[in-house]
Write a protein that binds this ligand. Sequence first.
Ligand SMILES: Nc1ncnc2c1ncn2[C@@H]1O[C@H](COP(=O)(O)OP(=O)(O)OP(=O)(O)O)[C@@H](O)[C@H]1O
Ligand SMILES: CC(C)(CO)[C@@H](O)C(=O)NCCC(=O)O
Ligand SMILES: [K+]
Length: 263
Amino acid sequence: MTLLAIDIGNTRLKWAMYSEPRWGARLLAQGVEFLDHIDRLSESHWAGLPAPRMMVGCAVAGEAVRRRVDEQLEMWDLEPHWVHSSQQAAGLINGYDHPGRLGADRWVAMIGARNRQLARQVSKPIIVVMVGTAVTVEAIDASGHFLGGLILPGHGIMLRALESGTAGLHVPTGEVRQFPTNTSDALTSGGTYAIAGAVERMIGHLQAHTGEEPVRIMTGGAAWKMAPSMTRPFELVESLIFDGLLAIAEERLERQPEAPRAA
Ligand SMILES: Nc1ncnc2c1ncn2[C@@H]1O[C@H](COP(=O)(O)OP(=O)(O)OP(=O)(O)O)[C@@H](O)[C@H]1O
Ligand SMILES: CC(C)(CO)[C@@H](O)C(=O)NCCC(=O)O
Ligand SMILES: [K+]
């Protein structure tokens, strides 16, 4: 029973086909598409795929984009299941004031991180950093309570904000330097260390709160660019959102093993 997992981000849609809706399932195919091009998925990337039996996804780009993807999914006989943040799911408890208002991508990534820990039988606090269009930094305690998290502008947004908000700054790409000596390097390093500094503070908060050194996981399209500038090592897990979607799909199937398929 194959599973199609979809992550609609702020800028790009990522999809992956798995052999079954279970933790640890085999990856059969995957792809990425900018949101501008998602209306062709059924004729392009998805045209040659065997029909998935189940679909689970998370979307933060808004209702309209999600509906465009639903239209593409009409090529197959399945009922799309879009994940919403809830009070509790797949080993994670949501500490947000209004659990449903937590971004679904954040929720799913944390479920991925928590289930990686559960699979390894490790119970430690976890920091989850997602580096994409926006950056999020989440804190989870050893028993799987999401305590809270930070949202900050991604590197691209920070630099574009500087470009449009100042008279004389233009933003060619620079290098990350400890002591930048030109504008490009100063801007690139400023953005990078702003993110690294926020992460470092959250690690400190979680460590003080739990008395334990947290496990640190980083994901998102630009994670590999951020990782070298962190003061403490991070595990890079590109598939974190898909891992979370697999855990959610598995839990969903266990709860309703004979879920009727859409006509
Ligand atoms: N050197 C850098 N350091 C940190 N972040 C960077 C760097 N260069 C680019 N980025 C960020 O990476 C983002 C692009 O990454 P990508 O498109 O892979 O993100 P994404 O995870 O697909 O985002 P989303 O899921 O929100 O669509 C840019 O928006 C920018 O903020
Ligand atoms: C913060 C982003 C933009 C990160 O992708 C997304 O998770 C989102 O739109 N969240 C909703 C607001 C919140 O999480 O509090
Ligand atoms: K994202």
